[in-house]
Design a protein around this ligand. Structure first.
Ligand code: HEM
Length: 161
């Protein structure tokens, strides 16, 4: 009985230590700045309205991530990472760039995707899922293109040469 109790104590101690480590050290330290978003925000209020403001952006971000996770090619790339963090930082990223007045707290695009080995076809797949999410939200094609034009130059930081 004492041995079992001792074992339980060790297991619990180990679990809380690793949970703590995950919470405290999700990514290597970096300096937070909106400049990490990699582009200037769109200032045209018509674009933000077309995305249905911050609420629409949350729906589009989550849907894009859900589609990426369900994708046989992209899913295995995303799965090992902290999706709670990604949902937050990707939403901030999109919200900042679409002029929604959010602050971006994530890393710059090069640092965030370093060592991941994403290829051009992965980039194109992710854009396709984002298109689907924007389509489902009812964002007009022209407005989708305004946003994609801001994201397109980020490819060279996401896909290693
Ligand atoms: C225009 C294209 C893309 C944009 C705008 C983008 C944006 C972002 C942002 C804002 C983050 C959060 C960084 C942070 O939390 O510090 C992130 C992380 C991530 N991205 Fe992307 N990304 C793009 C393309 C891709 C592609 C093509 C892949 C994979 C095939 C990918 C996989 C990931 C993964 C797995 C993470 C989590 C990394 C981590 O937590 O360490 N991304 N991305």
């Amino acid at each position: 009985m004492r041995k079992t109790l001792l074992l339980c104590a060790f297991v619990l101690a180990g679990m809380s230590a690793s949970a703590w480590a995950q919470e405290e050290e999700p990514v290597a330290p970096y300096e937070q700045s909106d400049a990490n978003a990699g582009a200037q925000p769109i200032t045209d209020p018509d674009v933000l309205a077309a995305f249905h403001g911050r609420e629409g952006i949350v729906r589009i971000t989550n849907r894009t991530i859900d589609l990426a996770l369900a994708d046989p090619q992209l899913g295995p790339i995303f799965q090992p990472f902290d999706m709670v963090r990604l949902r937050r930082t990707l939403n901030e990223h999109f919200c900042y760039l679409l002029g929604g007045g959010c602050t971006y707290t994530g890393r710059d695009m090069r640092a965030a995707h370093a060592g991941m080995g994403a290829q051009t076809r992965d980039f194109n797949l992710l854009v396709r899922h984002l298109r689907t999410a924007m389509e489902e939200e009812g964002v007009p094609f022209r407005m989708q293109n305004r946003f994609l034009a801001v994201l397109a130059p980020m490819r060279s930081d996401v896909v290693p040469r």
